[in-house]
Ligand binder design. Structure first.
Ligand SMILES: [Zn+2]
Length: 330
């Protein structure tokens, strides 16, 4: 009886793979650089290599004397950057992987491995991982938001990733906050991502530096402002950085309130490098902003927590995707 699945987290820089048991224990973990510049087929071959290496790395390890081979693998789950079609297993296109247009990822990996393969958006899969084995363990209905260069998210309803009719549900970063706001990468204006992502924060800080405001940050190029610089500035009580970040967190709370009116989550999981670096006081800006803007009862007893799996959320979520795919619960 195959007890294991392989979870794959495909990123623009690296591919992570792990053999995972039903309890979310990783019995092996492998990483390879994506080498996205080589184009789609070499990347697909590297995914297959990561799968095979993860399986052979898990065979006969000191902690688990039982040999695990391809026969013990029930299915494979993949979290990939999108937009993608999870039913057809096709990545439609993605800015993170140059040259990718209508790439049949699932078909390719199924042919190469002989296993059933299931794929969905990387961030949504990460939220699924947090729900199953991380901060959201035991919680059935939740939303997850990851603040990075952009803002990704996912919605879990009754233990399953909510996909909706178009299979695109959960694009929380494109919740519109201000239709006259700054341009978003998606082409619209004033999306949550355009107003509260790390990139948006850096842009606003750089504008203040250019305007000659007093701050410990010297960079006028937003691309040169690092998370470390921002966190150091916060510790030094730098007014410019504190104000910009407080404003972004307030906006994040507005987004969470709007999303909560639709979903009514029991928990809100917030993650991403910049969020991990915030102290509890700054986290409370998000919570208070969301609570004060929601209708009565909507936010009562809703738990706000930090994501807890770090970069393992992707592979663990992909393992859940694979198991749910096999049982038809996906
Ligand atoms: Zn957008």
């Amino acid at each position: 009886m195959p007890d294991y699945v392989v979870g794959i987290d495909l990123g623009g820089t690296k591919i992570m793979g792990a053999v995972v048991d039903a309890k979310g224990k990783m019995v092996s973990r492998v990483m390879k650089l994506t080498q996205a510049e080589r184009g789609p087929v070499p990347v697909l071959d590297r995914i297959v290599d990561v799968i095979k290496e993860a399986v052979s790395a898990s065979a006969g390890g000191p902690a688990d004397r039982k040999r695990i081979g391809m026969d013990n693998i029930a299915a494979i789950g993949i979290g990939s950057p999108g937009p993608l079609d999870p039913d057809k297993g096709i990545v439609v296109f993605t800015p993170n992987l140059p040259g990718w247009r209508d790439i049949h990822v699932v078909e390719y990996v199924e042919k190469a491995t002989g296993k059933k393969v299931f794929m969905d958006n990387d961030v949504k899969v990460g939220v699924l991982g947090e729900q199953a084995f991380g901060a959201g363990r035991g919680v059935r209905t939740l939303i997850g938001l990851f603040v990075g260069t952009g803002i990704g998210g996912g919605v879990i309803i009754r233990g399953k990733l909510h996909r909706g009719f178009s299979k695109q549900a959960g694009e929380l970063g494109h919740t519109v906050i201000d239709y006259k706001g700054p341009k978003c990468g998606c082409g619209q204006s004033g999306c949550l991502e355009a107003m509260a992502s790390r990139q948006a924060m850096c842009r606003k800080i750089a504008e203040q530096v250019k305007a000659g405001k007093e701050t410990v940050i010297r960079e006028t190029d937003p691309m040169q402002i690092t998370t470390r610089m921002m966190v150091d500035a916060l510790r030094k009580k730098d007014k410019v950085v504190t104000d910009v970040m407080t404003d972004a967190l307030e906006i994040l709370g507005i987004g969470i309130a709007s999303i909560s009116h639709v979903v009514s989550p029991e928990m809100v999981i917030i993650g991403g490098g910049i969020v991990d670096a915030l102290d509890d006081e700054m986290m409370d800006v998000i919570v208070n902003s969301a609570k004060k803007r929601a209708l009565p009862l909507v936010m009562d007893n809703v738990k706000f927590v930090r994501a807890s799996l770090g970069e393992d959320a992707g592979v663990l979520g992909a393992s859940v995707l694979a198991r749910q795919g096999l049982t038809g619960e996906r």
